[in-house]
Design a protein around this ligand. Structure first.
Ligand code: NAD
Length: 256
């Protein structure tokens, strides 16, 4: 028995990173999985490997969302879960952030999440789930990522309002707030075939040992496990909440 037997779940930004691990784990747990991304080649290869459906889905585009929701319902006759995972990060001080860059981040991270909820919720089964990927920077500040942090704070607001508005249908909406996770976003070396990805991961562990109580960067599989919890019946009485998964980074600072 899988935790998601009989359920159909759409994961955005699932061609790689956390979304890929969520797609893999959800398949292992019995779900039909729809992989949405703009990385068509990688997304298709993953979908073929795990027996999922790939859909080109730029989350910032309303028309892509309409097509995706229609395609999922046509293929499986239903949709029970959505993971709004797609996201982008840019580094800049607030005072140096051009409006175009700010809006690019807002359009993918925040508008993408809004469009996902607005498009999928009407066709989502009663009792379904939505999991929004916010961030550690959705609950605290971090210098150099102002636009990103603003968009991730906004995702928590969307999560809470959606939870209130969709509760009468038994639809639960929660958010994940990961700290640093070892994917291309935090570790661009994994995208460079000439780089040693494992050495880069060890370097990140050494770096995060200084600030993260558990002494290492997080793994995408660990975030996928949280996404499974929030998508399955294990979290049946939980809605509208942010879940920090950060190795204790937000717990405070140590002076000893
Ligand atoms: P990643 O860069 O490996 O994955 C992001 C995925 O989103 C990629 O597959 C990318 O193609 C896809 N994507 C980007 N723009 C898109 C768009 N417009 N439409 C559809 N897909 C799009 O990084 P990740 O760590 O797996 O990121 C997943 C989520 O986790 C993101 O929302 C990110 O902001 C969040 N997050 C990451 C970290 C971290 O340290 N890696 C920490 C906290 C939160």
């Amino acid at each position: 028995m899988g935790k998601l037997d009989g359920r159909v779940v759409l994961v955005t930004g699932a061609a790689r990173g956390q979304g890929e691990q969520e797609a893999r784990l959800f398949r292992e747990e019995g779900a039909e999985v729809v992989v949405g991304d703009v990385l068509d080649e990688q997304g298709k290869a993953l979908a073929e490997e795990i027996g999922a459906l790939y859909i080109h889905l730029d989350v910032s585009q309303e028309s892509d969302w309409r097509r995706a929701a229609q395609a999922v319902v046509e293929e499986y006759g239903r949709v029970d879960g959505l993971v709004n995972n797609a996201g982008i990060l840019r580094f800049n001080s607030l005072l140096d952030t051009p409006l175009d860059e700010f809006m690019q981040i807002v359009n993918v991270n925040q508008v993408g999440c809004f469009l996902g909820i607005r498009t999928v919720a009407p066709v989502l089964s009663d009792g379904g789930t939505i999991v929004n990927t916010a961030s550690y920077t959705g609950v605290t500040g971090m210098a150099g990522v102002g636009a990103y942090a603003a968009s991730k704070h906004a995702i928590l607001g969307l999560t809470r309002v959606a939870a209130l508005e969709l509760a009468p249908r038994g639809i639960r909406v929660n958010a994940m707030c990961p700290g640093a996770v070892d994917t291309a976003m935090s570790n661009p070396a994994v995208l460079d075939p000439s780089a040693d990805g494992e050495e880069a991961s060890r370097g990140l562990d050494r770096f995060y040992r200084k600030v993260v109580p558990l002494g290492r960067i997080g793994r995408p599989e660990e975030v996928a496990a949280l996404a499974l919890f929030l998508t399955s019946a294990d979290s049946s009485y939980i809605t509208g909440q942010p879940f920090v998964i950060d190795g204790g980074w937000l717990a405070g600072v140590s002076v000893i």
